[in-house]
Write a protein that binds this ligand. Structure first.
Ligand SMILES: [Zn+2]
Length: 307
């Protein structure tokens, strides 16, 4: 059975901390380097429900994509929700290790797993890493470009995405002509509205990401209508759902390392939905809802200011 330090060294080789964004907080959050590791749980978020699952499972190590403390702290008091996570982990001998933006840009990375879930053949990164002499093939970077074997209408592509990604309360949001043909795609697990320029430059049919906001989407759609025949279409598939496929990919990577080293690790992937949205209320159908205007009591009394 390997020590935590052995397993962390293997994780560090997959996702070197030095490749994380400067603002990020990756690496080992808690855990004794000499502790033995047998069971490892992978999850997107280090939240209470996931930590409880790790304890129940008897996991020795929890690996999450999102950091517990992104901005640093001066307290791990169990009176705070993050401090309570730290207490629960330490009391139950569960180590926590984070691979965030270093896992995003890795080869394979978070967006490779997303592309795979969507049935896309990856052709390269959306934004390749600059100055990476140790990556001569240029496979590392943010987001991925990919293509389908055969074109499908946007509606079918979105339905397939909804069926293959983990289910959330809110589902997918789609912008574009449902009948429009989709063959090429850009994908970025997590918040991807900062990559619109690269997506446009790539000339793809659809962009799948999450956390898309009104103004970037509105402007991207207006630009697309004017300049590019309505493309790229946009799909917001939810932050957690677009990053969850990485957990399965990462667990398989650690399994392979365990096999090579005869470590006998037992890896697990959390199936707890930690998407923070819990309910979706669909609008009534057009036949019963009347004209598509806001109800008088909900209509703004003055024009909304863009934010
Ligand atoms: Zn994320």
């Amino acid at each position: 059975m390997p020590a935590l330090s052995d397993v962390v060294a293997a994780l560090e080789a997959l996702w070197p901390a030095g490749r994380a964004e400067p603002w990020d907080a990756v690496g080992t959050v808690c855990g004794d380097p000499d502790a033995r590791v047998e069971r490892v749980l992978f999850a997107v978020d280090p939240v209470r429900e996931v930590v409880d699952e790790a304890v129940e499972l008897g996991a020795d190590l929890l690996v999450t994509h999102h950091p517990l403390y992104l901005r640093g702290t001066s307290t791990v008091s169990a009176g705070t929700f993050k401090g309570r996570v730290v207490h629960t982990l330490i009391k139950n001998d569960v180590a926590l290790h984070v691979a965030h933006t270093n896992a995003d840009r890795a080869d394979p990375g978070v967006s490779d797993a997303l592309a795979g879930a969507l049935g896309l053949r990856v052709t390269g990164p959306l934004v390749p890493d600059a100055d990476a002499p140790d990556d001569p093939a240029g496979r590392r970077g943010l987001g991925r470009l990919g293509e389908l074997d055969a074109p499908v209408p946007l509606r079918e592509f979105a339905d397939r995405a909804a069926a293959s990604l983990p289910r959330t309360a809110t589902g997918l949001r789609v912008a574009g002509d449902p009948a429009g043909e989709v063959r090429t795609a850009a994908v970025c697990g997590g918040s991807g509205d900062g990559l619109f320029d690269a997506v446009r430059a790539a000339g793809v049919d659809v962009y799948v990401t999450a956390d898309l906001r009104h103004h970037p989407v509105s402007e991207a759609q207006q630009h697309a209508a004017l300049a590019a025949g309505g493309r790229p279409y946009l799909i917001d598939a939810g932050h957690w759902a677009t990053e969850w496929p990485w957990c399965e990919q990462a667990a398989a990577q650690l399994d392979a390392i365990s096999d090579r080293n005869a470590w006998g690790l037992r890896t697990h992937v959390s199936r707890i939905v930690t998407d923070p949205w819990t309910t979706h209320s669909a609008a009534p159908t057009a036949s019963t809802a009347g004209p598509p205007t806001p109800h008088a009591s909900l209509a703004p009394t003055s024009p909304e200011q863009p934010a």
